[in-house]
Structures are given as C-alpha cells and as structure tokens.
Design a binder for this molecule. Structure first.
Ligand code: GDP
Length: 432
C-alpha cells in the first residue's frame, strides 16, 4: 500500500485543482472513502512505476473568520497525523498572507516531510516571485500553475523523492564516499588499510570475478559505498599519471559522492593541486574530511603544532575536520573514516527558521560589523546537502559581511566539514 499524501492550505489556493492535476488520467481510480461522514476523495498519483495515495480533504468554507481558522487548524492536524508527506499549498498571486504563516507554524511541529507548493504561478514573474515564500521555512517553494499545467514534472519528482525519505519507508541509502587526492598521496594504500580492518565488512557480490568499481561495505550496521575504488587502484599503477587527468577523475568521483575523504601527503604539505581538488569539493557542495597521510614519515612536527599551521594556510577553505594518518601502519585511518558520519550529519542539517532568526538578531545587535551594518530582515534555510541559506533584506550586504556571516553561522551551528551557500534576496513586503 503506497503512503498517504495530504494537500493542505487555506481556502482558495487551489487545493482541489492541484489534486485533480496530480491525479490526472487516473481519475477513474477516485473513490469516496467508506465510513467517513465528510466528503473525502482519495486517488492514486502515479509517476512511472511509483505510486502515492493522494487525499483531497475538501470541506465547506465557513464565512466567519474564527470558524475558518479553527477548521483549517483541524484539517492540518488531521493531515499531519495520517500522512507520510504533506503538500502545503500557497497562492503565488496573493503572496504570503497571515493564515499561511499560521498553517506553517502547525506544520513545522511535525517531523514529516512538507513540500511547499506555490500554485497560480501562471507567468514567469509569478514563478520567480515564489521565493517570497521561503520565510515559511519549508525550503525551496515549487511553483506550479494548475491552469497553465506547468511545474508538474518537477513537483512529482520532488514528491516521490521526499516520499522515499519519509521515516516509514526503506532504510537510509548507503553513504557515498570518495577517496580523492593527487597521485601518490596514498589513496590506494588508505583504501586497503580501511578495507582490511576487521571492523569493516566488505560486501562481496557473489559470483563476480572482476574488481567492482564501487565497493559497498558495512560498519556497525551502517552501509557505505566507496566510489570507484578500481579507478584509484588503476591510476596509482600508472607511473607518469598526468595531474590534470587525476583532477578530472577526482571531479567525477566528487560529484558521485556525499562526503569526500580528501588525502594530502603529510611529508610535503598542501600543494597547489591539492587546493584545486579541495576547491572542486567545495564548489560541488560535498562534505569533506581532510586526511594528512604518510604521517609516519614526519618525525619533527607534532599534529598539535602542524594542525593550526595547516588550518591557517587553508584560509577560507578551513571548514573541515583534519586527521593525521599513516596508511602504512593503519594509524588513525579508521578514526578519519569515522568522521564521515558526522560530516554527513552536518551536510544534511536542517535548522529551524526560529533558531536562524534568533541568530540573526544577535548579529544585528553587534554594532561593529565588518563592511557596515546591512539592513537584514530574516534568514531562512532554503535547502540542504549542502545547507543553503537565504538572507532577506532591503539592500545587499558587502562581501566582507557575507564572509563574517558565514563564519558566525559555522560557529553558532556545528557545520564542520560541509560547505554552505549563503545568498541574498531583496525582500518584498508581505501582503494580505
Ligand atoms: P595513490 O596514488 O594516492 O593511490 O597512492 P598509493 O596508495 O599508491 O601510495 C603511493 C606510495 O606511497 C606507495 O609507495 C605507498 O606505499 C606509499 N604510502 C602510502 N601511504 C603511506 C603512508 O601512510 N606512509 C608511508 N610511509 N608511505 C605511504
């Protein structure tokens, strides 16, 4: 039985039209649910071979404001309790109104996934204006138009993606890890040390003779996937491997991963090409753990001394946990690997709008801000993996202020190992 999806929102935003559009040609499957007194229509929303049960809660709209609010609250509570996913519909033509914010407050209390749908986004201008709903705190609003029949492929895609992420669904997919770095820093040796460890159980697919490209393995009941280990092994065999080729290969591996174990050679410090790879990881928005390998060969400096120097050299790329390892002796290899889980948690972190705005308030109180005092109104999280934030205000803040804001965000909320994206949006006045 597929999970239940409910459509919620204040009256007149187009909930029923949305229901009809999503159900589409499967209208024949619509049947009134037995045993309920209210009119309640359930139908199947399909996309390829995936199915979701969609509920149109409908309901009569009372004239008085008080009863209306009560009814809406009741509708939302019920939808929360019985659904695996909620579609929260707002009206792109009217913009944000107070009742939307009230519904949002109720929806924020649930841990179930909520998709924010901005209906009636009939024109490109109205579609672009959907960003005005970010402050509701449900990430990127999805603009659709039931009359123009636009935006539905994207909505369906997001619907089924969120569905898979719902708590009652399948266990979490394996965390995808890429081991990247220049040639000869010890990637292959690091992999061998890791996979040889008896606490790591390598899943060998029965009946395969060739070297699998991605190696699935488990540790303490958790599943991981090491990306393109064959590639690492193959390249390390090529003596005169050209650097740009290794960087390009890294790029492909980085894009396929959630978190990168980024290796450098401890005997020669961080090099220009290392920076290139690290920048690639950050611009691709992947999580990262820095591994300083071959540390057994470094006799005269302790990690306590080396780490601050290294961090200083990293400048604004100093965003991640650092481990000093030896793939040869196995020292710290497992510890470096274990940091991946933490980084993944930071990478997929979701911060509540209320927490973010308390944080912004504390920033505003600081009278000695770098780059002057910008007029900022609120801060919301627009997405995750990596965490993406939007800051709304009447005029754009200066680049130094942006850097300062990012640094303070990292200090306030634990974001070690994940890049963050911070974007400014000019605020539009709330209507209604
Ligand atoms: P890759 O090209 O990054 O995969 O590097 P390899 O794993 O092939 O290692 C390159 C060379 O460095 C090999 O000769 C390894 O034995 C050596 N090596 C790798 N890791 C370490 C380490 O932690 N300590 C020492 N002393 N040698 C290492």
């Amino acid at each position: 039985m597929p999970g239940l999806v409910s459509i919620v929102g204040r009256p007149n935003v187009g909930k029923s039209s949305l229901f009809n559009r999503l159900v589409g040609t499967d209208r024949s499957l619509v049947h009134p649910e037995g045993g309920t007194t209210r009119d309640r229509i359930e139908a199947v929303c399909a996309d390829g071979n995936r199915r979701a049960r969609l509920v149109d809660t409908g309901g009569v709209i009372p004239a008085e404001k008080e009863t209306l609010q009560k009814q809406v609250r009741e509708q939302v509570r019920r939808a929360i309790s019985e659904s695996a996913l909620l579609l929260f519909v707002v009206d792109a033509r009217t913009g944000l109104v107070p009742l939307d914010s009230e519904i949002a407050a109720l929806l924020r209390k649930t841990s179930k996934p909520v998709l924010l749908v901005a209906n009636k986004a009939d024109t490109p201008t109205l579609q672009a204006g959907a960003v005005d709903f970010y402050p509701l705190g449900f990430g990127e609003p999805i603009p659709v138009s039931c009359t123009q029949r636009s935006g539905f492929p994207d909505l369906k895609k997001r619907l089924f993606e969120s569905f898979q992420g719902a708590p009652e669904e399948e266990p979490a997919p394996s965390l995808r890890i890429a081991v990247v770095g220049r040639p000869n820093v010890g990637k292959s040796s690091f992999l061998n040390a890791l996979l040889k460890d008896e606490r790591v159980i390598v899943d060998v697919a029965p009946g395969t003779t060739r070297d699998p490209v991605d190696v699935p393995f488990q540790k303490e009941g958790r599943s991981y996937l090491l990306i393109d280990t064959a590639g690492i092994r193959r390249f390390s065999k090529i003596k005169d491997e050209i650097l740009f080729r290794s960087i390009r290969t890294s790029g492909e591996m980085i894009r396929r991963s959630d978190v990168c174990l980024f290796l450098i050679d401890g005997t020669c410090g961080i090099q220009k090409e290392d920076f290139q790879i690290l920048k690639l990881i950050v611009t691709e928005g992947r999580g990262v753990v820095l591994v300083v390998n071959k540390w057994d060969l470094v006799k005269d400096v302790s990690p306590r001394k080396a780490e601050p120097m290294l961090r200083k050299r990293l400048g604004n790329l100093n965003i991640m946990p650092v481990f000093f390892t030896s793939a040869l002796t196995g020292q710290n290899v497992l510890r470096a690997f274990e940091a991946v889980d933490k980084v993944k948690a930071h990478h997929t972190l979701r911060l509540e709008t209320s927490r973010l705005n308390r944080f912004l308030e504390s920033i505003r109180k600081n009278r000695t801000l770098p780059g002057g005092s910008p007029k900022l109104r609120y801060l919301v999280q627009a997405g995750t993996a990596p965490p993406r934030f939007l800051v709304f205000g009447s005029r754009p803040p200066s680049p130094p202020f942006f850097q300062y804001l990012e640094r303070r965000l990292r200090e306030e909320f634990d974001l070690s190992g994940t890049p963050v994206q911070l974007t400014f949006r000019e605020e539009k006045r709330q209507r209604g």
